[in-house]
Design a binder for this molecule. Sequence first.
Ligand code: NAD
Length: 497
Amino acid sequence: MTVLLRPKPLGDYKVREFRMLIDGQWVAGAEGRTIERVAPGHGVVVSRYQAAAKADAERAIAAARRAFDGGPWPRMTASERSLVLLRAADMIAARADELAFLDAIESGKPISQAKGELAGAADIWRYAAALARDLSGDSYNTLGEGTLGVVLREAIGVVSIITPWNFPFLIVSQKLPFALAAGCTTVVKPSELTSASTLVLGEILEAAGVPAGAVNIIVGTGPEAGAPLTTHPDVDMVSFTGSTGVGRLTMANAAQTLKKVSLELGGKNPQIVFPDANLDEFIDAAVFGAYFNAGECCNAGSRLILHRDIAEEVTARIASLSAKVKVGDPLDPETQVGAIITPQHLEKIAGYVTAATGEGAAVSHGGAALDLGIGQFMAPTVLSAVRPEMAVAREEVFGPVLSVLTFETAEEAIRIANSIDYGLSAGVWSRDFDTCLTIGRRVRAGTIWMNTFMDGASELPFGGYRQSGLGRELGRHAVEDYTETKTLNMHLGQRTS
Ligand code: NAD
């Protein structure tokens, strides 16, 4: 059984109409086409966007280029830029309920969770504002008397920012304020499924004092609106979050003109659990980590690697806790698991479960789509008897599906954890410090949680090893990522050699 909260119909909800932001103007697309977003939890159109064609992407890039080469944003003092970012943070906090509503209704995520993401996003804008004032280089007076070496950090230039649908406002907030803090200008393309909150962010940034052309926002599909942002010679850097496949394509496109790329990609994150762990804490964290954002989360703890001695008991307890998870209406404050992003994606998730059971996995809970009358939903699902070579244990399912694998020795657990292409995050649970540290050092992932899972903070760098990405976001070097290094090698007085 699963606790179901049936979505309440939206009644006379008025569809929101959005234009694109190019060079300080809210404009229609060159070809006059629109994109409509059907709310995944409610089955009705909630937003209508202007669809960008290649020509719109090129107009936005040209505006960003002009704003970088001659506009005020890169020429302001760090203190002035910081003040704009702080004002933006206050406005984000003031409009948090509206922004959270837009993310919840377009992505299907629970409203309570969307509100948490907005609080986190406002904090990131404040953190970036602080870092803006601390961007510095180095100087060397050790090169010989009469010489001085100065290492400058300069804004890299025009940055394309491409984001996915699963954390619409949070992910643009992990990129844009840091690019702006460095003095870059930008073209932002959110996912065409969840563009509303990013467009409202455009209004906020205008009101906060970001000058025309410094932030341009276009909406459209990847091949039409996204691809030009990765190939155009006037773009200096691409900051991309999304699937590993499109990340690979982005890197290949950027290679044509040797742009810098930053990639935040997929994950298949293991949680390794030893018999001496606090199992009550772990079971709570496992259920949260697997079903947060309906499992549509790069950080989902979707691979449990349990010690054989505790596997049966722990799996049974996780299955029974899964039955208490409330699934349904994204707008109900009680909901813990909302809707699945599209009907096609729901089919893909269910397909992974069918394939796994065909290969010998057992369903300990859930296992199928849920019919709530409207929208598309998936039951929280626990699969046991999963073997490391099965697709469900190696590939990103991106749904509320937990795979349980087992191990006997720490070496075996490490081998299973490292046996796939991803390396975004991992968890280890044990009361023994040596065990946690050994696993923490040997599992190849960008974040290792010890006796906790999925906590984060603006100060902590985030990103992946191997095919989970390239580069890190957040943390104190986040602004530096959007800079070039320039060496000034100076000779003082008469040159002697
Ligand atoms: P996606 O790769 O399909 O799309 C991401 C963005 O890229 C969208 O804006 C899309 O329109 C655009 N795009 C698609 N094709 C493109 C192309 N040819 N050129 C340029 N842009 C193109 O990903 P998604 O389905 O929106 O998001 C889910 C994926 O994102 C998952 O794999 C998830 O793990 C990953 N993700 C990673 C992180 C992280 O920080 N590591 C965070 C969130 C999501």
